[in-house]
Design a binder for this molecule. Structure first.
Ligand code: PLP
Length: 395
């Protein structure tokens, strides 16, 4: 029996640069002391008060089906959060609650793209983006952001990449993997372009609490954009709740209603006790949220102080997010090669830039997801290793 073309085409071959990550995990399972700086999962645990809210909800018997698009309390809490954080008010009718930001991305694609249509995405991009677009039977068109331009969106290149069937553009600020926080002037130019060409903006803002430099701008807040922007967000990064799978879409009302239809057909609501914990997190756990932000800010500053630039690598200082990037092109190695050799020699797992598209080839993404002392020790070893790779280059 054959499986559908739709599902066959979600992954289009190759390991997309993930093999080094799987190898690092295997080594770890086999008992090797691997320092994992690969994926964006916290060493920080979900705050105890949030967990208490979760267990209290379970104990109170909130274990049945819950409203499919999210509970009234949670959606109004999220809408109040969006309103407080931005210049554009939101209400419950704009919010659809999803199992994590990943599902929110899928819902946004399904809501805006018909089969065969294309969606632009800015390269480098989060590793699931292409699959998510293809899951909606649509076609991803990557548009490169240049390292020399701080990985900001190149609006001329975006305009040139639009095809007659392009219906949406997917952006991510603060950006994973580069840490770029998209500048207001670039987003304004992008907004003008999308308005002129009738294109939806899907704006992934899951790192919106982690802004270290520059002004964070949400595209939804730009004039006229609330009607053509779907914002994707979650509590995964902001509240160290990756495993709770708690995300949402902020969408124009008519779109939110269609996403609610889709949610009936997909997950049929999130566990009520997770929603109650999320409502508590959004309404009453500011201190826990601040603690997560402070931890990453400190680690980011410590990483920059520990590294600087050295033989074989150049640091790309992140303006936001929970990663740093190193440009290791000087060593003559690809990111993939460097990451594999680093794992063998030093038992340190990092992501090759090639995992995130073509624009970060020859780079490494390093997650700041281990305690500071372990992080700075690993960075010093990475720097020494880069210098060694430089020396080993053929003359
Ligand atoms: N978007 C970006 C840019 C991410 O980096 C991630 C996770 O790493 C996600 C979305 C998905 O997050 P969630 O855990 O909320 O599904």
């Amino acid at each position: 029996m054959r499986t559908s073309e739709r599902i066959n085409n979600i992954v289009t071959g190759g390991d997309d640069g993930w093999s080094v990550f799987y190898r690092a995990r295997r080594l770890q399972r086999e008992g090797h002391p691997v320092t994992m700086l690969s994926i964006g999962d916290h060493d920080i645990k979900t705050d105890r008060m949030i967990l208490n809210a979760m267990t209290a909800s379970m104990d109170a018997g909130n274990l049945g089906y819950s409203p499919v698009e999210g509970s009234h309390g949670l959606r109004s809490a999220i809408a109040e959060r969006v309103t407080a954080r931005t210049q554009t008010p939101a209400h419950e009718g704009h919010i659809a609650v999803t199992p994590g930001g990943q599902s929110a991305l899928f819902c946004a694609m399904m809501a805006t793209l018909d089969p065969g249509e294309s969606c632009l995405l800015l390269d480098p991009y989060y590793a699931t983006y292409e699959q998510t677009i293809r899951s909606a039977s649509a076609r991803p068109i990557p548009v490169a952001c240049r390292a020399e331009d701080g990985f900001q969106p190149d609006v001329d290149a975006i305009a040139a990449a639009i095809e007659p069937d392009t219906r949406a553009i997917l952006i991510n600020t603060p950006n994973n993997p580069t840490g770029a926080v998209y500048r207001r002037d670039r987003l304004e130019a992008l907004a003008t372009l999308c308005t002129q060409r009738g294109i939806w903006v899907i704006s992934d803002e899951v790192y919106d609490t982690q802004v270290w430099q520059g002004d964070y701008v949400s595209t939804r807040d730009l004039p006229g954009m609330a009607e053509r922007t779907l914002v994707v967000n979650s509590l995964s990064k902001s509240h160290a709740m990756t495993g709770s799978r708690m995300g949402w879409v902020v969408a124009p009302e008519g779109v939110q209603a269609r996403i609610a239809d889709l949610l009936i057909a997909t997950n049929y609501g999130l566990p009520g006790f997770i929603q109650d914990a999320a409502e508590f997190a959004v309404r009453e756990a500011q201190a826990a949220e601040d603690a997560v932000v402070a931890r990453y800010r400190h680690r980011r500053d410590a990483a920059l102080a520990a590294l600087g630039n050295g033989p074989g690598f150049r640091l790309v200082p992140p303006e936001g997010g929970m990663y740093i990037m190193l440009d290791i092109r000087e060593t003559g190695l690809t990111g993939d090669d460097f990451a594999n050799r680093l794992l063998d020699a030093e038992l340190i797992g990092v992501m090759p830039g090639e995992s995130f598209g073509k624009a970060t080839a020859g780079h490494l993404r390093i997650a700041l997801t281990v305690p500071e002392a372990e992080l700075t020790d690993a960075l010093a070893r990475i720097a020494r290793f880069a210098a060694k790779m430089m020396e080993a280059q053929p003359a």
